[in-house]
Design a protein around this ligand. Structure first.
Ligand SMILES: [Zn+2]
Length: 236
């Protein structure tokens, strides 16, 4: 299990969980639309905090993110962060991923082209476009970033016909599957709060699209994930 973070507090919680559970690893990062809960949105300070968290916990931290750009309206309770600040925060986290040779977990919404453009300026980066929302059109653009870029697909694969077509275009060695809990619960749990265990239905749907049996699909996807995040685990 890779635990993605949306702010500094969650990053700290992820590290604690990873320390106390086997087969759990932490990502640390700040989502483009999550402003500091204490309202002190000092980007340099937050990047420094992440830097220290990674430096002190190298054994458990396997990725930087969620980070990126989100130009859709901020969810209730969140303030809109300006495009300039979003970019500053994103670039700060890209620098950390390069410093520690860690993959990026990218959140790109209504700004996929902008994110690709920024990443193309950093040839050393690698990672995953989490909950890939770039459509068929942008699959080749992500692939052109380099051979260590992956696509993360979530529960909406079970009900969005368009996404099925996107998955067919993604090379099989570049796909990973995600939960995005508590959001995007897959069919037959659509509309409920999502749980990590429901990721099973995303694997089943992928197996159906690939026309490969489930056990083999699971192994292929999990091999991709262990490669991307550099995990030393024995897969079933
Ligand atoms: Zn996200």
């Amino acid at each position: 299990m890779i635990l993605a973070a949306s702010n500094v507090e969650e990053s700290e919680e992820n590290i604690e969980l990873a320390k106390n559970n086997s087969n759990m690893w932490a990502s640390v990062g700040i989502h483009p639309q999550q402003t500091d809960p204490k309202n002190e949105d000092n980007i340099n300070e937050q990047i420094k905090k992440l830097d220290k968290l990674i430096g002190d916990n190298k054994k458990w931290v396997v990725a930087v993110g969620e980070c990126g750009l989100d130009y859709s309206p901020a969810p209730p309770g969140e303030k809109d962060r300006s495009k300039t600040d979003q970019e500053k925060l994103f670039r700060g986290q890209i620098d950390l991923s390069i410093k520690y040779s860690l993959p990026l977990i990218i959140h790109a919404r209504k700004a996929v082209d902008e994110v690709i453009e920024i990443l193309s300026q950093y040839p050393k980066t690698f990672g995953v476009f989490h909950c890939f929302a770039g459509g068929k059109k942008r699959v080749p653009k992500v692939l052109s970033l380099g051979e260590n870029w992956y696509f993360g697909i979530d529960g909406n694969l079970t009900y969005e016909v368009g996404l099925e077509e996107v998955v067919k275009m993604i090379p099989r060695d570049r796909l990973i599957l995600e939960t995005d809990s508590p959001f995007l619960a897959p069919v037959p749990h659509r509309g409920e709060a999502n749980k990590p265990e429901y990721v099973e239905f995303v694997y089943k749907k992928t197996a159906e699209i690939w026309q490969v049996d489930l056990a083999k699909t699971e192994k292929m996807i999990d091999t991709n994930a262990t490669k991307l995040f550099g995990l030393d685990v024995q897969l079933r």
